[in-house]
Write a protein that binds this ligand. Structure first.
Ligand code: PEP
Ligand code: MN
Length: 264
């Protein structure tokens, strides 16, 4: 179902605010790594909307490597994010960690995100497939292109055609960057599949200074969109501060993206 073979269309995901992912324009999903408070997510939602964002992101259930760090506000976070949607009209993207949460997270979120650590959690893939919600599937940090597409196949095979693939960096010998953003996967996936492809330059590099150039690079190689971590004060961000850009840098990036490609 994911394969391009025999299909003469590109999948376009239609969002409740009339915007699309995989359509003519570049989609930009922006927001904090984690929802920290109602005020935080509302402020960010307003600012990224003014800058031209397509949707807002924010984690309520955080898949942290260290169990003793902040794990997210859980349902309270989802309620704050739904409030931010009411204020701005921006659709919500948030991560789901387990099949048991499909009902809860679907109640609030417009798009379900499956994180890199769960790309081969096949029961979760089936469950988000059954939900019927659009799904952002992040590439496993050690997954090959074929494994990535087979993971997408699990969702598609539940009669859910709304899958968005996200390159978010892979593990290599290099440790200067947090991961290695594998931009060549974008044109490869464009050959292999009709599904939209977005890029996460925040997790893909782990470094704030690289988010702007790698965003431009992603669009130059044909990505349909970006997912970017932004926060009013990245140094104080509960999670992933070093890769988070501030709201002015985000607005500046959106300006700079305009001439690069299909206008945002
Ligand atoms: C995230 O988007 O906040 C996240 C945890 O991403 P990944 O699964 O790519 O690490
Ligand atoms: Mn993060």
């Amino acid at each position: 179902l994911a394969s391009r073979e025999g299909k003469d269309f590109n999948t376009i995901i239609h969002l409740p605010n009339g915007k699309t992912i995989g359509g003519e324009k570049i989609a930009v999903i922006a927001g904090p790594c984690a929802i920290e408070s109602k005020e935080q997510i509302v402020e960010i939602a307003k600012r990224v909307k003014d800058a031209g964002a397509t949707a807002i992101r924010g984690g309520a259930f955080k898949p942290r490597s260290n169990p003793y760090t902040f794990q997210g506000l859980m349902e309270e976070g989802l309620i704050h994010m739904a409030h931010a949607r009411d204020v701005t009209g921006l659709p919500i993207v948030t991560e789901i960690l387990t099949p048991e949460h499909v009902k809860l997270v679907s109640k609030y979120s417009d798009i379900l995100q499956v994180g890199t650590r769960n790309m081969q959690n096949f029961l979760l893939l089936r469950a988000v497939g059954e939900s019927g919600k659009p799904v952002i599937l992040k590439r496993g940090m050690s997954a090959t292109h074929d494994e990535f597409l087979l993971a997408a196949e699990y969702i598609l095979s539940q009669n859910n055609p709304n899958v968005i693939l996200c390159e978010r960096g892979i593990r290599t010998f290099e440790t200067f960057t947090r991961f290695t953003l594998s931009l060549s996967i974008v044109p490869v996936l464009k050959e292999m599949t009709h599904l939209p492809v977005i890029v996460d330059p925040s997790h893909g590099t782990g470094k704030r200074s690289l988010v702007n150039p790698m965003s431009k690079g992603a669009i130059a190689v044909g990505a349909d969109g970006l997912i970017i971590e932004t926060h009013p004060d990245p140094e104080k961000s509960f999670v992933d501060g070093p890769q988070t850009i501030d709201l002015d840098a985000f607005a500046q990036l959106m300006e700079e993206l305009k001439p690069v490609a299909r206008a945002v």
